[in-house]
Design a protein around this ligand. Structure first.
Ligand code: ADP
Length: 375
């Protein structure tokens, strides 16, 4: 029985004549390389499923059909994997048939050809090189797994922390308000001032944990491609949530016809809401103006949201998409620095891009791309 790592590092040999296979495995054994002989292409495929470090085949051991079956298997490898193949080719001059066979075998991807007669040292050296490459792939897999685990732990932590903090924070906000209402008259000015700080702090914490929760939720998108959704609908929902800010700021809006995209409606709504909310919040002295448009580019849609607000210095164009990154204190503009991080996260999940073009005092245009719906 092979242990896990033996399975992962074994060399699978497929040679139609038993003698060839035996010679190859003896050659490898004398170099301390574990090998296993497969009696047929079907058995090779089965053993590959269980694990292997490299595959050594005699060219005549694989029919065109076997090669295409192997190619299909190779396509299903995880992203970190690229199984190395060593193909022992027939001796002789290249002719049309051997050239075609060589071309067919290229679909195996990571393939090295050794022409007969092959010296044992050459075989051993080629296999060692292949196994070395395979070990690197395992190392990448290990790192990916560690990263994914750490990421998911952090995700879980952020979710639980923000979720569980909601209630105590709400209590602080409610009771500090009650205290003010019922016992405000027995407090002196300093006492009232302190109570205001408590209430303000609680309100700010409430906003922070709410945004953090939204941030952790933005990551939990299933892998399947969502049904097409009308962007107009998502925009209307965002505008209705921003109704009060729109009314107060007297913002002038214009938007063109918006397309159908493949995205969860709630995510598109959140993108619009955060970007439009910011365009209103970071307005200049002028009457705020906002235009929203979209255009098709290949397989995605490019959305743009332009404002005539205070603008952003070039050096902060990327930073602002980071978590908790803000360019202003809370006394100037209220906020948590999470809104654009949420946008970035949503767009990343749909393999889109988000960026801003802006100059201080000249307004900003935020762009994002997402995959198109309807084909
Ligand atoms: P918040 O608005 O809560 O601070 P965001 O993540 O939404 O957090 O935005 C990060 C920072 O980017 C903001 O603090 C602001 O400085 C800048 N910013 C975002 N949108 C705009 C905009 N439309 N115009 C000017 N500055 C902006």
């Amino acid at each position: 029985m092979y242990s896990h790592s033996d399975l992962e590092l074994r060399v699978l040999i497929l040679a139609p004549t038993g003698r060839d296979a035996l010679l190859l495995s003896q050659t490898l054994a004398s170099s301390n390389i574990g090998a296993q002989i497969c009696s047929s292409p079907a058995e090779l495929m089965q053993m590959l499923e269980e694990g292997g470090g490299a595959v050594m085949v005699a060219e005549e051991g694989l029919s065109s059909e076997d090669v295409s079956n192997l190619a299909i298997w190779l396509m299903s490898q995880p992203a970190w994997a690229d199984m190395p193949f060593i193909v022992i080719t027939s001796r002789g001059r290249a002719n049309a048939a051997t050239a075609q066979k060589a071309q067919e075998l290229q679909v195996l991807g990571n393939v090295t050809f050794l022409e007969r007669p092959v010296r044992p040292e050459t075989v051993a050296a080629a296999v060692r090189t292949a196994l070395r490459a395979r070990m690197r792939q395992y190392e990448i897999r290990r790192r990916q797994e560690t990263l994914a685990r750490v990421n998911s732990d952090l995700e879980q932590f952020a979710y639980s922390a923000s979720h569980d903090l909601q209630e105590p924070i709400r209590n602080i906000a409610i009771y500090s308000e009650l205290l003010n209402r019922r016992y405000g008259n027995v407090l002196d000015e300093r006492g009232k001032e302190f109570l205001d700080y408590v209430n303000e702090g609680a309100r700010r914490m409430e906003a922070l944990v709410q945004d953090l929760l939204a941030y952790t939720k933005a990551a939990s998108i299933a892998d399947e491609v969502p049904e097409p959704v009308d962007a107009e609908k998502a925009l209307q929902a965002a505008l209705s949530n921003l109704a009060e800010a729109i009314r107060q700021s007297d913002v002038q809006m214009n938007f063109g016809k918006l397309p159908v995209v493949r995205m969860r409606e709630v995510h598109l709504q959140q993108l619009f809401q955060n970007l439009i909310g910011n365009a209103i919040k970071y307005r200049s002295q002028e009457r705020p103006q906002l235009s929203i448009s979209s255009e098709r580019s290949d397989s995605s849609w490019l959305f743009s949201i332009r404002d005539n607000g205070i603008g952003i210095s070039p050096e902060y164009k990327e930073k602002i998409f980071g978590l908790f990154k803000r360019l202003h204190g809370n006394d100037q503009y209220e906020g948590t620095g999470i809104g654009l991080a949420i946008c970035q996260r949503i767009v990343d999940r749909y393999r889109g891009r988000i960026w801003v073009e802006s100059e201080p005092g000249k307004g900003s245009t935020f762009f994002f791309t997402i995959p198109a719906g309807g084909g």
